[in-house]
Design a protein around this ligand. Structure first.
Ligand code: GAL
Length: 387
């Protein structure tokens, strides 16, 4: 069929116009998505500046020079690490820019962080003296499931990386916790000790003694830098039965030998810690894998303890209290420009489609001196000023 050139040109022009419109609309949409958020919607999809759901699970946040950096597990196709640790940046905590992979898994099968290992709950702190960004994370060697219970270390000169993997540890090999008595180190009656079962054996230190030479187990973990710049690793140890708090060296890349046990035999995971009016507070979870359970909370005058339990911080329906709003704690962040205000960060895991896991961020509220969590389907920083 013969079509006149003028007709074809008009058609081309129209097609071009439609294409340009579609392109413009999609750019506009992603910009709109990026700019428009001014609130948190816990449990919903949370799109980054590219319109992609944020992939930073079990995460932690570092505030550096006025910018927040969110580091977390990049989940893809299951729960082993196939990519590494993802980092996003934000000025307001609502809108996040994808900054890429901060720590990449290695293609070298001999590397401890070879593709297919497990990297969980990465946290990054900044060392003022060395000017290094220091990342710690739970590491399991490839093919070993959760058997190794190690903690990995990586450092970088630039906040968004690339981080260089340094090594992994079983913390504080050859060091007893500060509270250990002679009886704890070496029970006077070994037969009586052997007869202890379950929780009593854990409390009595059976796993600590077992792991004394090799170093203590370390699984779910967080980092905390105190006002005096001392940093600590708080980690789930003793077969996930007891939390251990390890003081880090001045450069944050090793252990000083000073450590303590917290809540022996209480099965705490997902530990998150913050300081409010001179007291240390902790929110953690129980130990039920990817399934949520009731959160716990605790308080202490000194970070090294003694810690006192404050029970389940969740308020609301029985179901909400039983499941921590279908989430598990990972980090607690001081709210921007609001002294004494904190944000609870949790993960709503989706192991069957891991990258679709959701984030449950909620304001920490107070009942007297007790931190509590209430459900807010949508909220923003103004909840803090209303108090
Ligand atoms: C959870 C833990 C997660 C992950 C998971 C594996 O209890 O908090 O970080 O390790 O178990 O089942």
């Amino acid at each position: 069929m013969f079509l006149p050139a003028s007709y074809i040109n008009t058609m081309r022009f129209r097609t071009l116009c439609v294409l340009a419109l579609v392109l413009f609309a999609s750019i506009d949409l992603s910009v709109a998505q990026f700019k428009s958020k001014s609130s948190f919607s816990p449990g919903e999809l949370w799109l980054d500046n590219n319109g992609v759901h944020i992939n930073a699970h079990g995460g932690g946040i570092l505030l550096h020079q006025g910018i927040y950096y969110w580091f977390g597990e990049h989940k893809w196709n299951g729960n082993t690490a196939l990519v590494g640790v993802h980092v996003y940046s934000s000025r307001d905590l609502y809108n996040w820019k994808d900054e890429g992979i901060a720590l990449a898994v290695s293609e070298d099968p001999a590397s401890e962080i070879t593709k297919g290992c497990i990297i969980e709950r990465p946290k990054v702190i900044y060392n003022e003296a060395t000017k290094k960004f220091v990342m710690w994370f739970h590491l399991e060697y490839k093919g070993r499931d959760y058997k190794e219970a190690r903690v990995g270390l990586a450092t970088s000169d630039k906040v968004t990386g690339p981080f260089t993997y340094i090594r992994s540890f079983r913390p504080n090999a050859g060091h007893w916790p500060i509270e250990a008595t002679d009886e704890f180190k070496s029970p006077a009656d070994p037969e009586k000790e052997k007869a202890l079962k379950g929780r009593a054996a854990v409390i009595g230190g059976r796993f600590v003694r077992r792991d004394y030479e090799r170093g203590q187990m370390s699984r779910d973990m967080t980092l905390y830098v105190d006002d005096d710049r001392k940093a600590y690793l708080l980690t789930s140890s003793e077969e996930n039965q007891t939390l251990h708090l390890h003081e880090l060296t001045e450069d944050y890349t090793g252990f000083t030998g000073k450590w303590t046990r917290i809540f022996p035999g209480n099965e705490n995971e997902g530990p998150a810690i913050f300081k409010h009016k001179g007291k240390y507070y902790m929110i953690s979870s129980g130990c039920t894998g990817w399934k949520p359970n009731p959160a716990r909370s605790g308080v202490a005058d000194s970070i090294l303890g003694p810690w006192k339990s404050m029970g389940n911080p969740c308020r609301g329906t029985d179901q909400e209290k039983k499941t921590t709003f279908e989430s598990q704690s990972t980090f607690i962040l001081p709210a921007p420009d609001r002294p004494d205000s904190f944000i609870f960060m949790g993960d709503r895991w989706r192991p069957e489609n891991s990258s679709d896991g959701r984030y449950v961020w909620l304001p920490i509220e107070w009942e007297g001196d007790k931190p509590v969590l209430n459900w807010h389907a949508e909220w923003n920083m103004s909840v803090f000023s209303e108090k």
